[in-house]
Design a protein around this ligand. Sequence first.
Ligand SMILES: C[S@@+](CC[C@H](N)C(=O)[O-])C[C@H]1O[C@@H](n2cnc3c(N)ncnc32)[C@H](O)[C@@H]1O
Length: 426
Amino acid sequence: MTQELNDGLPAREAALALIDAALSRRGGLDEAASTNAFRYLEPRERAFARALAMAALRHLGPIDRALSAKLSKEPPPRVRNLLRLGATQAFFLEVPAFAAVATSVELAAANKTSRPFKGLVNAVLRGLLRDGPPVADPETLAPPWLYARWVGAFGAETAQAIAGQIVREPSTDLSLKPDADSAALAQALEGEILAGGTLRTARRGDVSAWPGFDDGTWWVQDAAAAIPARLLDVRAGETALDLCAAPGGKTLQLAAAGAATVAVDRSAARLKRVDENLARLGLTAEVVAADAGAWEDTRQFDAVLLDAPCSATGTFRRHPDVLWAARPGDVASLAAVQARLLDSAADRLKPGGRLVYCVCSLEPEEGEAQVEAFLARRPDMALSPIEAEEGGAPAASLTSRGTLRLLPHQREGGQDGFFAARFVRR
Ligand SMILES: C[S@@+](CC[C@H](N)C(=O)[O-])C[C@H]1O[C@@H](n2cnc3c(N)ncnc32)[C@H](O)[C@@H]1O
């Protein structure tokens, strides 16, 4: 083996750990990427390991199908992961085929569990390479149970369009401070300004060196994720409460609009990101570590935003791991948490105050059904229908109830899947 290939082995071993963690638990990929073993890799190796794991997860459905056709018996997880990564390198990362196979065989040999499967790794990968890239029919791109849910909720054609976004790498979306020179920034970042004000650029990677980062002119926020806070239309002099706020994308919007903002999240670690973001943007907010349902505070607010914890199935463009880590039982258990937090959010509103509820989920139980159940048990709350294209939402996302069902394919170049509804307290 050449020195060049040996150099790539730690990164590939790290990619194996990432994909193993991503498939075994929700949030596993980020957890694995924050371990010391991963952080002590060279930056170049770290970037390759992450890119490899992400590409494998983005193309996992078709790769697994092609692999299963070649395997007569399920091998140990490490071996299937080695095969997944080998195929990903050859088909999606432009790694020369010989290097993709040789490094996979080498990694198989380096571990007691996978050593007996060295020959199988070699033979299966060579077979796959002879067949060419796996066929990516839309219905093979997501786990079957999730795809079946999307067909049930939105119909077969829309489910196909949603799944088609899984293999597309997203652009980078930025939210700008209200006083930013958006035209000049769009030019500097080779981007365009979307309806609602988001700047979209094809640039990717480390944003901290981009124009406007150090001056605190913008922050990274998906075009769909920026819509819910705009629906609150907060003004200077108003009070706003952001529940489940970290890392703070929506807090920044509320504070930048001039509202006296309180940001609550139960994770003190994630709240550090809110503090950092506020400091970089030169904005202020009161930051509180507490459970949004149990927070003992008697203040009432003009506007409350609840970005509730959810299955996050709408975020698969940047986090393809959510598709494979989600379990069928998650949606029901998260829906129960969302209902509890919605009641608490409503109780913290002044009479006449506005509430926006949102989730980055594609599942109706976390969106439409949540709204109907809330209205049925809360006679003090009324739906405040969202207008067509309000906040920069694509017209197609407005439902007949005046809520937003933002689907990933509804915007040129894609967007995260989101649901949002607005209420007023009578
Ligand atoms: C979807 S993320 C929020 C993203 C954030 N609103 C933004 O725009 O940057 C969900 C957040 O909910 C927090 N969370 C989950 N359960 C919570 C609870 N019971 N009370 C407060 N925060 C909670 C998590 O720590 C996580 O930061």
